[in-house]
Design a protein around this ligand. Structure first.
Ligand code: KG4
Ligand code: ZN
Length: 338
């Protein structure tokens, strides 16, 4: 059989990442995370693109080195075309084009959201691949979608957020509580120590399979303002319970919509992806869905679930097998649809 090495490059937001895939198997998965944004409580686009500019060559170099190959062995270069921040996408796109041009090998553009879903097709011992059709719940700082996946490149968004992404719901709630950015991981940690039913936040009413999270943020803000008026130490004294209650509400919103999606489509194979799928409460709730609703759930290895280049490389490989290449005139597209 053939030895196909593909380089994947991801630069859609604040992580500069590169990965080498050999057939379906990841040989290296490098990422340079940009710490600089923490001080600002969110990603600053201008700073992100500058950091990508600085990081991209060392990260690609490291990915090739860890994979133990020379760039002359590459069969193709795959890169994130969108969606994402334009200035960030431009760095990866321009770099990938130049490298493919210089090496005279195919260039392959990748949709970042498709990649979060297709990360499930990386060959990884102990991880099963979902059979078609399956439902994918992609939850990150930028996106919240339920996607019906009929084949690798046959995907239909059947539900999505009409305002904030679920990661933003975690991060903005955390900001109200005075937690650092991103707040998701800390809320998760504290939620384990708190009572999820201590405080009740109402679930938004959104038709069909769509989500809304901006109301929750406002509800939390008013709740905290009211409570701290009578007790200035309210947050400190109840932080774990508050975190557990917020997380519980978010999980209920997600699971209720997934239940509905599964019922409407008759599909019980459910895969999750995106940074928020690291959340332990969400993972538990999904696992419980196996016995409660007859689901089979698929949760990728952690490093393939947050923004990474391995997921770009696997899509590159799948497209390579189909001979689905890009023209050199292709452009980064900030609002690329699935
Ligand atoms: O996919 P990702 O790394 O980047 C994009 O947004 O594309 O996701 C980052 C998001 C942040 O909002 C972060 O707070 C959230 O994922 N996150 C978590 C957890 N780990 C990361 N949210 C809840 N619980 C976690 N354990
Ligand atoms: Zn992402």
């Amino acid at each position: 059989s053939e030895n196909i090495f593909i380089l994947g490059i991801e630069s859609s937001c604040d992580d500069t990442a590169a990965s080498v895939i050999h057939n379906g198997q990841i040989l290296s998965n490098e990422v340079a995370s940009q710490k600089i944004h923490e001080a600002y409580g969110g990603v600053v686009p201008e700073l992100a693109s500058r950091a990508h500019q600085q990081n991209i060559v060392p990260v690609v170099h490291q990915a090739l080195k860890k994979a133990g190959i020379e760039k002359s062995q590459l069969a193709a270069v795959a890169f994130t075309r969108g969606p994402g921040l334009m200035g960030s996408l431009l760095v990866g796109t321009s770099f990938a084009k130049s490298l493919a041009y210089g090496l005279d090998i195919p260039l392959i553009d990748v949709n970042h959201m498709q990649a979060h879903i297709l990360a499930h097709f990386i060959d990884e011992p102990g991880f099963k691949k979902p059979p078609f059709p399956f439902l994918a719940l992609t939850i990150s700082g930028g996106h919240t979608q339920i996607v019906r996946v009929d084949h690798y490149f046959e995907m239909t968004v059947i539900g999505e957020t009409i305002d904030d992404a679920v990661g933003e719901a975690f991060d903005k709630s955390g900001k109200i509580l005075g937690l650092g950015y991103p707040a998701g991981p800390e809320i998760d940690k504290r939620a384990k120590l708190g009572n999820p039913k201590a405080f009740k936040f109402t679930k938004p009413k959104v038709d069909g399979l769509n989500f809304s999270f901006s109301g929750l943020k406002t509800a939390i803000l008013y709740f905290i303002q009211k409570e701290t008026k009578s007790n200035p130490n309210f947050i400190e004294e109840n932080l774990n319970d508050i975190c557990a209650s917020i997380q519980y509400t978010i999980i209920r919103i997600l699971i209720d919509k997934l239940k509905l999606a599964s019922k409407e489509t008759g599909i019980r194979h459910i895969a999750i992806g995106g940074g928020v799928s690291a959340n332990s409460g969400i993972r538990n709730a999904l696992k419980q869905g196996e016995s409660k609703f007859g689901w089979t759930t698929y949760i990728p290895k952690f490093e393939f679930t947050t923004d990474n280049a391995a997921m770009i490389a696997i899509v590159g490989y799948l497209k390579y097998l189909e001979g689905n290449f890009s023209k050199q005139s292709i452009t980064a597209t900030a609002r690329l649809k699935l």
